[in-house]
Design a protein around this ligand. Structure first.
Ligand SMILES: [Zn+2]
Length: 273
């Protein structure tokens, strides 16, 4: 079942109302959305970007990600209907309340100094560039709902706030879950392992490609039990949680990326409830 509200969309011609459903009903910055149409459609575009069609169970939906820094406001939605006609409508993006907290840099990463904060930010940029350059399979590699990566998921740090550390601002673009070192971490869905790496800030990291530009990332692991290129099933154990990289305490950091945007993993999972 999808939680949805109905937004009116209008065909250019002929003049009858063509409705589609949006989940969540009022998306905010940094959230992915699902658009569900009552008849087959193709080439769905939101805000000028492609919204790939995905099949979940028996539903066919379009998936799109609003970036955390995408300006709030109205955005166009367009699609091609089964007669080949182009139809358009609009969707409204609500702004997210900005919040911040101070955070220290662990001693193992050099401690909380301005110089070190700059170094951490530059390391992060390098790691993000690497992740952004990963290719994604052109086809959807999954078919069932996304699931949580832990059996006992407790959020310790949410998505989307700014961490201030020695003059630098680092936005938390994922969700942290409580996890003692050695807790089994499961793949949130079927996909191909696209990257396995130990990096200074993200620690031991696994990037799983689900196809069509959709990735899930698992960070600060103590152990990785998959290899690059491996096809993995939903719920399979891919590693164990830890405290490697920029982690003051053991936890699991999860990121969900779609079309280059890191979206709120908790809100993303709700799309499939
Ligand atoms: Zn985190």
């Amino acid at each position: 079942m999808f939680r949805a509200s109905v937004a009116a969309g209008f065909l250019v011609a002929p003049a009858y109302v063509f409705a589609f459903a949006v989940s969540p009903p009022t998306p905010i910055q940094g959230e992915a959305i699902l658009l569900r149409f009552p008849e087959p459609v193709s080439q769905v575009r939101v805000a000028g970007g492609d919204a790939p069609m995905v099949h979940v169970g028996t539903s066919s939906v379009a998936l799109y990600a609003f970036g955390l820094t995408t300006r709030a406001g109205s955005y166009p939605v367009s699609w091609r209907d089964m007669h080949g006609g182009r139809a358009t409508s609009t969707i409204f993006l609500t702004s997210r309340t900005r919040s911040s907290a101070t955070m220290d840099i662990p001693k193992k990463l050099g401690g909380t100094t301005a110089k070190n904060a700059k170094r951490v930010v530059s390391l992060l940029e390098k790691e993000n560039t690497k992740i952004m350059s990963l290719r994604s399979h052109t086809k959807q590699l999954w078919s069932e709902a996304f699931i949580l990566p832990l059996l006992n998921p407790v959020v310790t740090d949410p998505y989307g706030y700014i961490r201030e550390t020695a003059g630098a601002e680092i936005t938390h673009k994922g969700t942290d879950y409580r996890a003692a070192v050695g807790t089994p971490v499961m793949a949130m869905n079927r996909g191909i392992v696209r990257m396995v790496r130990a990096s200074p800030v993200y620690g031991k990291t696994i990037v799983v490609d689900h196809g069509q530009g959709l990735f899930t990332l698992y960070m600060h692991l103590s152990r990785i039990s998959v290899s690059t290129g491996e096809l993995i099933e939903r719920g399979s154990v891919i590693g164990k949680s830890g405290a490697t990289g920029y982690a003051e305490h053991p936890h699991l950091h999860v990121s969900v990326r779609l079309s280059g945007e890191s979206v709120d993993p908790v809100a993303f999972l709700k799309l499939f409830e």
